[in-house]
Ligand binder design. Structure first.
Ligand code: FES
Length: 99
């Protein structure tokens, strides 16, 4: 499983986009927990690097759909689900399981 970034690079409520094994991933730090989600909105492909992080969800900047960071579900439009991957932290390393 690849090390994709360092924990110290992403402040609380911050985001960092990385590409690993050909996959674009958005890392989000929510109060010390790192989530790995796809970097484009499943609705119409808006880049989520500019999304707002709030109350455990990511709000798409284009139409405002809210995606839960923990499982990618969308309360606003349940047919759209943001892809997520398991994350492991080892020391300062963020490791994403690209299953
Ligand atoms: S493109 Fe993200 S909500 Fe429409």
């Amino acid at each position: 499983m690849p090390v994709v970034a360092k924990l110290s690079e992403i402040p609380n409520l911050g985001k960092k986009q990385v590409t690993t094994e050909g996959q674009d991933i958005l890392l989000v730090n929510l109060k010390g927990t790192i989530y790995a989600v796809e970097s484009e909105c499943p609705h119409q492909g808006a880049p989520l690097a500019g999304a707002m992080v709030k109350d455990g969800y990511l709000a798409c900047p284009r139409h405002g759909y809210r995606f839960e960071l923990k499982d990618g579900s969308c309360k606003d439009q349940p047919e759209f689900v943001l892809r997520t991957w398991p994350v492991r932290i080892e020391g300062d390393d963020i490791i994403v399981d690209l299953v």
